[in-house]
Design a protein. Sequence first.
Length: 254
Amino acid sequence: NYSNWDYSDQGANWVTKFKLCAGTKQSPIDIKAPTCDEGLNNSITFTNYDKTGSSKFTFENNGHSLVLKAPGPDAKVTLGSLGTFNFHQLHFHWGKDDTKGSEHLHDGKVFPAEMHLVHINSKYSTFQEAQQNADGLAVFGVFIKVGQAENTAFNFLSSSPSLIYEGTKVNVTQFAINTLLPTDQTIFYRYKGSLTSPTCDEIVTWTVFDQPISLSASQLAQFRIVKDNHNKTLVDNFRVVQNLNNRTITYWSE
Ligand code: B30
Ligand code: ZN
């Protein structure tokens, strides 16, 4: 909280305070010219992503984003031979208007928002431990476009008027996390990268789904009313795309 960085220049100045942000495997990137990898076939297995119940999620303003947290290891994903990763939290990046907002681009195309589902490798017990290891996290990226209909899976966004200030939070009744995902979870892009905000650790196996999800214009508006860690309207909380350098992006699709 009250951290010493913000999005005022899309992250360009972070490198002076946070050395890892100047690394060669940074995120986000523009996803283009991926290489087909048959080995990615059927490689995501979801467990408890369909679970509903009476336990509480929390939805909070951390000064950089709106974050939905699960109470403990429950939902998890297995990425083939890469291992099993426990769901930790999901959060969003969005624009001041619909012309910008996503962190990743797809063939140069930008979306009005992007959702990130953060998972911690089950071989590590804390986020801090995972942060010390190149295989620490698996983050799923989902592009968000604007659609006509309300997306009822995202009804929890209606609590954003209670989350105007950094540090505020509300309880949300547990719901099935898979209702937030695109219907086609078989086409995705995979690459090795970093946290997209300081301290920019290069510990993330990124999986970005090809198919976007839709939120209505009024649902996107619910992001744009909250304030950041300087008490200014929190919009454009995305980092500029980074160089791919010596990395490959892989994909698989039927
Ligand atoms: S992102 O998905 O690359 N945008 C963090 C997680 C995901 C991304 C960026 C940053 C992150 O967790 N940063 C450290 C802040 N954490 C610290 C922690 O100890 O536990 C707070 C948090 O949730 O948001 Cu987990
Ligand atoms: Zn993120």
